[in-house]
Design a protein around this ligand. Structure first.
Ligand SMILES: Cc1cc2nc3c(=O)[nH]c(=O)nc-3n(C[C@H](O)[C@H](O)[C@H](O)COP(=O)(O)O)c2cc1C
Length: 190
């Protein structure tokens, strides 16, 4: 059986920092997802995921965030590069789910002030996502020189990102469809 309902692919904005450049990138990525037929999306700002810091993991679930991830067929994580790593708050938020992620696709967009498009934060995030049961794709979003990507009105200055995002989304959607078929039709126990 192949399900025909739309895929649900939320975009997670992975920093709460005041003045974050990643917000514009997340909005650009979100807008590109909105254009896809047969895909529904939502922008999740981790500022709005309210969690205590005195515990960690599934003990501190935010009901709305968990329900959104549960409904998702794939995730897109937009993460800035902080000392070659991911923001601690992003990890804190992601850690609150586990079974909600299993056998779902994930793509990562890195955002950096430097010229490597967040490649180092992406590499560091991949093993975390794997441990969560997510399936990573082999395309990334790489957004270098974050402060100069958009003009004052928020328009993207380098259109090559549109083509790159097209390839990224095609791959993510293929993986999301494939995994949804697997979740719904293939028994893990054989
Ligand atoms: C704590 C911290 C560490 C950072 N480390 C790096 C880094 O390792 N490499 C880099 O290219 N930019 C680094 N930056 C700059 C961010 O990548 C830059 O601010 C970019 O715009 C994305 O982050 P933002 O969404 O918070 O603006 C760092 C910024 C902060 C706040």
């Amino acid at each position: 059986m192949i399900t025909t309902r739309p895929l649900f692919i939320p975009v997670i904005l992975g920093t709460a920092r005041q003045g974050r450049e990643s917000e514009q990138v997340a909005r650009f990525v979100f807008d590109e997802v909105v254009k896809r037929e047969g895909v529904e999306t939502e922008l999740i700002d981790i500022r709005n995921v309210e969690l205590p810091t005195t515990d960690a993991g599934e003990a501190i679930k935010d009901a709305r965030f968990s329900a959104t991830v549960e409904r998702a067929d794939a995730l897109i994580i937009v993460t800035p590069e902080y000392n070659h790593g991911y923001p601690g708050l992003l990890k804190h938020v992601l850690d609150t789910n586990l079974k909600e992620y299993i056998h779902k696709a994930v793509g990562v967009c890195g955002v950096s002030a430097g010229g490597f498009g967040g490649t180092r934060v992406i590499q560091n995030l991949l093993p975390v996502l794997r441990e969560m049961g997510l399936v990573t794709i082999f395309w990334d979003g790489n957004f270098s020189n974050a402060g100069t990507l958009f003009d004052e009105s928020g328009n993207l200055l380098d259109n090559s990102h549109v083509q790159r995002m097209d390839k990224f989304l095609k791959e993510l959607i293929w993986m999301a469809k494939t995994l949804r078929y697997g979740r719904e039709n293939i028994n893990l126990e054989g």
